[in-house]
Design a protein around this ligand. Structure first.
Ligand code: IMP
Ligand code: MG
Length: 187
């Protein structure tokens, strides 16, 4: 895993800001209105996929006005660095019966599509009233399985990105914007 010997070293990994805090905020406000219109007063269960979606979830839940509950799942697909391991593990599951819920999955990014395809299949098999997928970022050019989110706030090219919940080696989740990660061969 990357170790940073100085703050300068750390900051050098932030190559360029791709999506500003203001752009994220306004896209979330719009998404909140769409969700309110879709569910029209019906209660929803927002299910966030940890850890990457924790910041997005905090903002999405405050942008909706329909009655909402929040819940968390942990699905791991990236174990270290920027390379997909190709297998998805559910390491934290919901503890409620979802048969009486309109479920909205709140995800940070869809890359190969493997994580969400698996999570959606698992949750569908539990017969929720409905299931919708909201993702902050979509990288469709990287897809390895057939999967389309119902709502994607930003479509981005094939860059490894950090910030606003997304990490590289567990760092950078606290950046308030989405940035491109500077990859070089010496780490
Ligand atoms: P997928 O199964 O390949 O679609 O991977 C989805 C998961 O991998 C996301 O929920 C992220 O946690 C992680 N991931 C994919 N692309 C990136 C990226 O560019 N930066 C940080 N994490 C990423
Ligand atoms: Mg994730």
């Amino acid at each position: 895993m990357t170790k940073y010997s100085s703050v300068e070293d750390f900051n050098k990994k932030i190559k360029q800001v791709l999506i500003t805090k203001e752009q994220i905020d306004s896209a979330i406000q719009e998404a909140g209105k769409k969700i309110d219109a879709m569910y029209d007063g019906r209660p929803i269960l927002l299910v966030s996929i940890l850890k990457g979606a924790f910041v997005f979830m905090a903002d999405v839940c405050r942008a909706v006005s329909v009655p909402c509950e929040v819940a968390f799942m942990c699905a791991k697909s990236y174990y270290d660095g920027t390379v997909s391991s190709g297998n998805v593990k559910i390491t934290l599951d919901l503890n409620q019966d979802i048969t009486n819920y309109h479920v909205v999955i709140v995800e940070d990014i869809i890359d190969t599509g493997r994580t969400l395809k698996d999570v959606v299949n698992i949750l569908k098999s539990r017969n929720p009233l409905s299931l919708t997928v909201l993702t902050l970022l979509d990288k469709p050019s990287r897809r390895l399985v057939d999967f389309k989110p119902d709502m994607a706030l930003f479509t981005i090219p094939d860059h490894f990105v950090i910030g606003y919940g997304l990490d590289c080696g567990e760092y950078f989740r606290n950046l308030p914007y989405i940035a491109e990660y500077y990859e070089c061969s010496d780490n």
